[in-house]
Every structure is written in structure tokens, then in C-alpha cells.
Design a protein. Structure first.
Length: 102
């Protein structure tokens, strides 16, 4: 017969409320966005811990051009919960790959 205390410790040891680590959050943000957009992410330019879980900015090539400095890029903000499940995303910027921020 399991006690409430044993059940609680079993739940905690399985990672019930723990937050995934930084590298896993970065990978999950890129993978889940790629699945939704059907495009491979180019890079993850930002990753921050939030009260909900994680927020990542993921760079994606939206239109490939030659030369590649003319390709159209987009930056997407991806929100994950503490276990790495997608909560939402939005495109926050479009730009030419060769464009430099000032």
C-alpha cells in the first residue's frame, strides 16, 4: 500500500515539476517550430527562462535566394512550458540574411 508521501516522491523523481535544461529547451524549441513551419531552423539566437518555462528566438530561412545573403530570414519567438512543450509562437521580424542590425 503506497502512502501519499511515497507517491509524491515517486512523482518528483520522475521530473513531474522540474524544468528541462537549457540545451534541451533550445533543441525542443527548434524541433517543434520546424515541425509546424515545415522548414529547418537556421539557429536559435536567444533563449530565456520565464515563469512559464522558456522563451526562444529561432531564426528560419523563409525564402532562399542566390546569393544566400539575399535570402529572406524570419525570427520567431517560441514559448515552451517547463517540460518543453510548445505553448505558442509568433513571427517577430523578417529581414534579408545580409542585413546587419545597427
Amino acid at each position: 500500500m503506497a502512502t501519499t508521501e511515497n507517491t509524491k516522491s515517486d512523482h518528483d523523481s520522475s521530473g513531474g515539476n522540474s524544468r528541462i535544461n537549457v540545451s534541451t529547451a533550445m533543441r525542443k524549441a527548434a524541433e517543434q517550430l520546424a515541425e509546424l513551419l515545415q522548414r529547418q531552423p537556421d539557429s536559435v539566437s536567444s533563449l530565456n527562462a520565464t515563469d512559464e518555462g522558456w522563451s526562444a528566438d529561432v531564426e528560419v530561412i523563409e525564402i532562399e535566394k542566390i546569393p544566400d545573403t539575399m535570402s529572406v530570414m524570419a525570427s520567431y519567438r517560441v514559448r515552451l512550458d517547463g517540460q518543453g512543450q510548445l505553448l505558442g509562437y509568433e513571427r517577430i521580424r523578417r529581414y534579408s540574411r545580409g542585413q546587419v542590425d545597427r
